[in-house]
Every structure is written in structure tokens, then in C-alpha cells.
Design a protein around this ligand. Structure first.
Ligand SMILES: CC(C)(COP(=O)(O)OP(=O)(O)OC[C@H]1O[C@@H](n2cnc3c(N)ncnc32)[C@H](O)[C@@H]1OP(=O)(O)O)[C@@H](O)C(=O)NCCC(=O)NCCS
Length: 158
């Protein structure tokens, strides 16, 4: 597939918001297109690091990262989402690889949170080397546990 990764522009925000809102997390957390668009634009205006994967001149997916967002020290993947019709074709893997490449110099383990119900995303992260490290019950929503997943920067030998 013809695909490029590039910084998100404000004009991409509505398409990215639509992708996030159409996902299972969008539905469970009640994301709404207009407010998600504003959230993304505000993040861009305040210097947030967001990038998109573009395929055939349309946004295929995006990621929002914070290089020291985990515990004010480690790279944190705030949000990643791929257009439902394009999932399973490597877009997510490319976005995740970009997150890791952009933050490798931070020198700390890569961190993210994934909801307990998001089984496919958990499997996706596990295939890419992330391990369950902790659980935060009722963290963002009552009744939903957020699972902390961490990928070691340096793999320690047994
Ligand atoms: C998690 C997510 C970003 C992965 O993106 P993706 O583009 O599907 O990822 P990839 O194509 O690189 O990998 C998906 C894996 O599932 C498999 N797969 C096959 N068909 C698939 C499909 N229709 N949908 C999803 N995955 C599929 C792929 O083969 C691949 O397996 P592999 O890692 O063993 O190669 C994407 O599913 C998504 O946007 N989910 C909704 C939003 C979300 O939950 N984000 C995570 C929040 S923590």
C-alpha cells in the first residue's frame, strides 16, 4: 500500500476525530466528533506531537504522543487509531514504530494505557513487545480498568 507518515495539520483534525469516534474506545468513552476535533486542534496549537499515516491522499490513521508523558519521564502513547476499513494492513504498526523511533532518545521505556475491553489492541501491543505491567481500575471511567503496558527500551537477559 502506498503510505506516508507526516505531521498532523489542523485540517486533518476532523478526519482523525472521525476515525477515533468510530472505534470501540470512541463508543465506550463517548467521544464526539466536534469535541474530539477541538481537542486535537488544541493539542496541535500547544505544541503537541501528533502525526498521521496517509494513504491514497486520505488520512488512514494517526497517533498522539507525549515524549515524557508517562510519569514526567517516559514516552507515552496518548492515542492511536486507524480507519476501520484499513485495519490489518500495517498502518497501526507503522504508527507505533514511529512513536518508538521519535522517542528512543528519551532513554526510558515506552508506556501506554489500553482499556480492559480492547482485546484486539492489547494483542496488537503484545505482538509489538509491550507487556502488561499494571492495572488502574475505574481510572478514566467507572467500571473500566486501564491496563498499563510497557515495552522495555533495553531488554534484560534472564
Ligand atoms: C489497534 C489499532 C491501532 C491497530 O491498527 P492496525 O492498522 O489494524 O494494525 P496492524 O495492521 O499493524 O496490525 C493489526 C494486526 O491484526 C491483524 N488484523 C487482520 N485483520 C484485521 C482487522 N480487520 N482489524 C484489525 N486487525 C486485523 C493484522 O494482521 C495484524 O496482526 P499482526 O500484528 O500479527 O501482523 C487499530 O485496531 C485501531 O485503530 N483500533 C481502534 C482504536 C484503538 O483501540 N486504539 C488503541 C487505543 S489504546
Amino acid at each position: 500500500m502506498d503510505r506516508i507518515l507526516r505531521p498532523m495539520a489542523k485540517g486533518d483534525a476532523p478526519a482523525c476525530a472521525a476515525i477515533a469516534c468510530a472505534s470501540a474506545i470512541g463508543e465506550r468513552y463517548g467521544f464526539e466528533p466536534a469535541s474530539m476535533t477541538r481537542t486535537l486542534v488544541t493539542a496541535l496549537e500547544s505544541g503537541g506531537e501528533l502525526f498521521v499515516a496517509e494513504s491514497e491522499n486520505r488520512v488512514a490513521g494517526f497517533a498522539w504522543i507525549d515524549p515524557r508523558g508517562a510519569f514526567s519521564s517516559a514516552p507515552y502513547l496518548r492515542l492511536i487509531a486507524v480507519d476501520e476499513s484499513l485495519r490489518g494492513s500495517g498502518v497501526g504498526a507503522a504508527l507505533l514504530a514511529e512513536f518508538e523511533a521519535r522517542t528512543v532518545s528519551v532513554g526510558r521505556d515506552w508506556c501506554l494505557l489500553v482499556s480492559d475491553f480492547n482485546i484486539k489492541a492489547q494483542a496488537f501491543y503484545e505482538r509489538h513487545g509491550y507487556r502488561r505491567t499494571g492495572a488502574l481500575p475505574d481510572f478514566a471511567r467507572e467500571g473500566i480498568t486501564e491496563i498499563l503496558m510497557v515495552k522495555k527500551l533495553k531488554v534484560t537477559k534472564p
